[in-house]
Design a protein around this ligand. Structure first.
Ligand code: SAH
Length: 349
């Protein structure tokens, strides 16, 4: 069987050292051997757990934020879009929570951007009997005829990044290379248009992430709508630091261990995403911490209303709002098209 490790070794043998972006693309996204393409990575028996899998109230709060914005924007025909929907749990919770929002279910259809066939199957099962989504491989294929209500939880952190490493001899690019038959991290000279920093300093950048943010911003400007993106990340422009990490069976490991069987992510540079969207003329909200967003949206009031029938909900809410913990580490960024006729301003910021 072709493993991701073998594919990567073959690529390096043929072409020489590869940057982290190519490494991530192969290890996560290779159609035959990539991590996301071959399994459902979520939950106790998988490798990691996400907020929508921990608590239904996460999706409910996003639903209220979006539905309010949509109603204020004129209750137009629109498309609800989830990027990287995992098991489809967040879309399910948003759809259930908007059942009573007037006209929401009549005027809105669902589009899922997902590359993994295994996860598409999981999404289909989760949404069976509730709503029929339309799947796309890439945001480019999303319809252009109506405003987009986009949600993305732990999507941007899974997109390939690259690293610039400051050395005595200038900026280098972090690469993966072969030493005999062993994969190793190394560097090779690169061209980076920024002042050199102290040797060892690492700056991460992500052409793929930038491109997706740029395209979404253009869409929101042209079509109207909004995006709510939630991820592990920071809001310091150009922050230095190596945040490239691998997670296997709920624990950290080296990105070179368990290749194709571990999740690879990095922290999202929210300042950069916000700047890209702003440069297109979009309105920006936040980023605020996940705790702040959920509390502003009234998660504790909602919990109080449900706790008698469902006491088990309390521990999930505690976990996704904890600071220190997920509530403080995750950030929520809102972006809306600056469209005068239908401003979709999301609540919670
Ligand atoms: N949002 C879900 C899952 C997060 S895991 C949750 O919160 O539970 C990351 C998701 O992004 C997976 O569904 C994965 O298959 C998808 N994904 C990763 N790279 C992608 C890409 N380039 N295009 C579309 N989906 C992608």
């Amino acid at each position: 069987m072709e493993t991701a490790e073998k594919l990567i070794k073959d690529r390096i043998k043929a072409q020489g050292p590869i940057d982290i972006g190519i490494f991530m693309e192969l290890a996560l996204g290779d159609p035959k051997a990539g991590y996301y393409m071959t399994r459902d990575p979520l939950g106790a028996r998988g490798d990691f757990i996400t907020s929508p899998e921990i608590s239904q109230l996460f999706g409910e709060m996003i639903a209220v934020s979006m539905a309010e914005a949509w109603i204020r924007g004129g209750s137009l025909d629109a498309h609800l879009v989830e990027l990287g929907p995992g098991r489809g749990t967040l879309t399910r919770d948003i759809w259930r929570a908007t059942k009573n929002a007037p006209l929401f279910h009549q005027r809105i259809d669902i589009h899922l951007v997902e590359t993994s066939p295994v996860l598409r199957d999981a999404q289909k099962k989760t949404l069976e009997g509730l709503v029929k989504p339309i799947w796309h491989d890439h945001i480019d294929a999303l319809p252009k005829d109506a405003p987009l209500l986009i949600v993305a939880n732990e999507f941007f952190d899974a997109l390939p990044i690259r690293q610039a490493v400051a050395t005595e001899r200038g900026w280098h690019e972090r690469v993966i290379l072969l030493d005999g038959d062993n994969l190793m991290l190394g560097t090779k000279p690169g061209v980076f248009p920024m002042p050199l920093k102290a040797p060892g300093t690492v700056i991460e950048y992500s052409p793929v992430r930038d491109d997706i943010m740029q395209k979404i911003a253009v869409r929101l400007q042209n079509q109207g709508g909004l995006m709510i993106a939630i991820d592990y990340g920071h809001n310091i422009p150009g922050a230095a630091g190596d945040t490239f990490q691998a997670v296997h069976r709920h624990g950290y490991c080296s990105p070179l261990d368990h290749i194709g069987n571990a999740d690879l992510t990095s922290h999202v540079d929210f300042a950069r995403l916000a700047q890209i969207a702003k440069d297109q003329g979009c309105n920006i909200y936040g980023p605020v911490t996940q705790k702040a967003f959920l509390e502003t949206m009234g998660i504790h009031r909602r919990l109080e209303a449900l706790i008698k029938q469902a006491p088990a909900l309390a521990s999930g809410v505690e976990r996704i709002t904890a600071d220190p913990g997920m509530g403080g580490l995750f950030r929520v960024l809102g972006v809306s098209g600056n469209v005068k006729s239908s401003p979709f301003q999301p609540a919670g910021f």
